[in-house]
Design a protein around this ligand. Structure first.
Ligand SMILES: [Zn+2]
Length: 336
């Protein structure tokens, strides 16, 4: 099998849109091949700028998102390449995938369920079976501990949370339910999801309603005026070609005593799950481990804290971590 692959670089999207000239003769359509072949990858790793990679997996069939966007099986080829500089797993395409994030995307994503139905299904899951319940607890524990140790007078602020790429809003909903004194803002590009998010209400007898502010669109630096005490990126960073840029842009909206939470699929998914696993699909530009996620925080100017990998109740292998402003960390961690 030949893996001689000549890659052309693109200035603006070094990984995602690099069309490479290969007929990718093997494997056949519909097959996947695992390898450890060293190949030169003349695209810049968005994390460490290395130009050397190792092909770990070749996929020769479009996934359901690509099929929904009309990408043909004929001549299809996609490689998962491990960066030899930092270990980041990069999805290298033979084709332009920008069409995936079209109107058909959300239909393919929810697989016939409405956004509200999906929200309700996840909301009713018992806590021990819910990835989201674990996530909410992880975030609340971290913030409580960090603010208590730092002596940040959190009792006297009206904290605000910004959830970037909210989807069904299940995280924000559960978080606000558990921490009702917080106010929430959701940013979400899908119009269908935004229509659903605007209907969410946490009003209950005897309790103040905590409506969620909804911003329709992609997060861009400067798209919000205020600073947030918590910014969350749940399974979002792997969907952009430049993870450092997104986290750095998000950090611009972080309050000086704020906390950022980033959760991404773990690269071990490639070794331990079938090649058809959703996290190995074309929507994912990068897969991480604890080291590469910590590096994303550092390169974005944040101090990484509590970066960990774990198996979620759904079976997903996940890595997550928190980032705070360096000055904030130094302020409370320095011995007086
Ligand atoms: Zn790298």
């Amino acid at each position: 099998m030949s893996m001689d692959t000549t890659l052309a670089t693109s200035d603006t999207h070094p990984v995602s849109t690099a069309a490479y000239d290969t007929s990718c003769p093997a494997p056949g359509i519909g097959e996947s091949v695992y390898s450890n072949k060293l190949i030169p990858v003349p695209v810049t790793c968005p994390l460490c700028a290395s130009t050397s990679g190792r092909v770990k997996l070749t996929i020769n069939i479009p996934d359901r998102f690509e099929r929904a966007a009309g990408i043909a099986a004929e001549g299809y080829c996609r490689h998962w390449v491990e960066c030899l500089g930092c270990g980041l797993l990069l999805d290298v395409y033979s084709h332009d995938i920008s069409a995936i994030y079209s109107d058909q995307y959300y239909e393919a994503a929810v697989e016939g369920e409405t956004v509200s139905d999906r929200f309700e299904r996840v909301r009713r899951m018992p806590a021990e079976k819910s990835d989201n319940a674990g996530r909410v607890q992880r975030v609340i524990d971290f913030i409580s501990n960090t603010w208590r140790r730092s002596r940040f007078p959190f009792e006297h602020v009206s904290p605000r949370v910004l959830d970037i790429g909210s989807g069904t809003g299940i995280f924000l909903y559960r978080f606000l339910e558990a921490a009702p004194h917080w106010r929430g803002t959701a940013i979400e590009p899908s119009p269908q999801a935004c229509a659903h998010l605007r209907t969410l209400s946490l009003a209950a007898p005897g309790r103040r309603a905590s409506p969620i502010d909804v911003i329709e669109g992609y997060y861009r630096r400067g798209c919000v005026d205020e600073k947030f005490h918590l910014i969350t990126l749940n399974k979002v960073v792997e969907h952009v070609p430049n993870p450092v840029e997104l986290v750095a842009d998000a950090a611009a909206a972080l309050h000086e005593h704020g906390v950022m939470y980033v959760e991404v699929p773990d690269k071990r998914t490639l070794d331990l799950r079938p090649s058809t696993d959703n996290n190995l699909g074309a929507l994912h530009y990068c897969l991480f481990d604890a080291q590469t996620l910590a590096r994303v925080f550092e390169r974005a100017g944040l101090e990484p804290l509590c970066v960990e990998r774990y198996l979620e109740p759904s079976g997903k292998i996940t890595v997550s971590g928190f980032g705070v402003r360096r000055e904030f960390f130094f302020e409370f961690a320095k011995k007086k």
